[in-house]
Design a binder for this molecule. Structure first.
Ligand code: PMP
Length: 299
């Protein structure tokens, strides 16, 4: 593989040359939207759903993406192809673009569009084998009438504050509650609990991003005959769950074995979590937008 190429505003440029202005409102104000997507063995997993979420987020903040859905699909595929990547993490960014120092988006003439595709740096296997410990943090999920958590905006300060608290506590992820104390999600993952073979995850209105992995896991679990429900729950319900796991594009499915010092189940990744991770890993190999034919040419 040659040098990494990044799509930036109409052209593919080398990573060192992929620069945007400091007057871009994405930089000045976090004014923009993004997606984190993954390609498995040349299949982009649920690209359509990711693009739908991107376009919905953009619509919600009145940001007009200067490409059709089709063009965006092609850009993602083309970025992977140019970088000869099959297993990749893809970052799509659309910011408000270059404006003046004021916040007014009307000063921004054209959104910036960026597609980055990188070889995956997988989470260590030990995380999946052993599970992780999390703590609940003081930072609450921003209320949906302030900035809807369904908008995947470049404004991630809420999540970053959660991550800082997790770092300070010496753990890698955290449990974020909403303003009423109900469980919302992790800093960048959705949360599930399993109790008596019933699988529960908070609904969007509690303050979770509608994760693509979350939705895929709900489908897979239902197909496997598990009872799956959206439901509102508290920290107590997490503490007494048989299993707890997190889902996300990067994390896939990761077991949580301790929450606020309470050992979950027997302190090891549980059978439902392991079963769903295995099924998810099967699904991602089959499902998705194909990037290459057998000659590594775009399809
Ligand atoms: N919640 C938040 C806040 C996130 O940033 C992410 C990662 N995009 C998720 C949940 C998981 O979503 P997905 O499965 O679509 O990656």
């Amino acid at each position: 593989m040659g040098e990494q190429l990044i799509y930036l505003n109409g052209e593919f440029v080398r990573k060192e040359d992929a620069k945007v202005s400091i007057y871009d409102h994405g930089f000045l104000y976090g004014d923009g939207v993004f997606e984190g997507i993954r390609s498995y063995n040349g299949n982009v997993f649920r690209l359509e759903e990711h693009l739908e979420r991107l376009y919905d987020s953009a619509k919600s903040v009145m940001l007009e993406i200067p490409h059709t859905f089709e063009e965006m699909t092609k850009l993602v595929v083309e970025t992977l192809r140019r970088n000869e990547l099959k297993d990749a993490y893809i970052r799509l960014i659309v910011s408000r673009g270059v404006g003046n120092l004021g916040i007014d988006p009307l000063t921004c003439s054209r959104p910036s569009v960026i597609v980055i595709a990188e070889a995956l740096s997988l989470f260590p296997k030990s995380l999946y084998d052993n599970g992780i410990e999390i703590v609940s943090v003081a930072t609450r999920r921003n209320r949906s009438d302030v900035l809807s958590p369904k908008v995947k905006s470049l404004n991630y300060m809420n999540n970053i504050l959660v991550k800082i608290e997790a770092n300070l506590a010496g753990v890698s992820e955290a449990l974020m509650l909403n303003d009423q104390g109900y469980v919302a999600e992790g800093s960048a993952d959705n949360i599930f609990i399993v109790r008596k073979n019933k699988i529960l995850t908070p609904p969007g209105y509690v303050g979770a991003l509608e994760g693509i992995t979350r939705n895929a896991i709900m489908e897979v679990a239902a197909q496997k005959g598990y009872e799956v429900q959206e439901g509102v729950f508290t920290r107590h319900d997490v503490y007494v769950a048989d299993e707890v796991f997190l889902t996300g594009t990067a994390a896939e499915v990761i077991a949580v074995i301790k929450v606020d010092g309470r050992v979950i189940g027997d302190g090891k990744p549980g059978p439902v979590t392991n079963d769903l991770l295995a099924s998810f890993r099967e699904l991602v190999q089959q499902d998705g937008v194909k990037v290459y034919d057998e000659h590594l040419n775009a399809v």
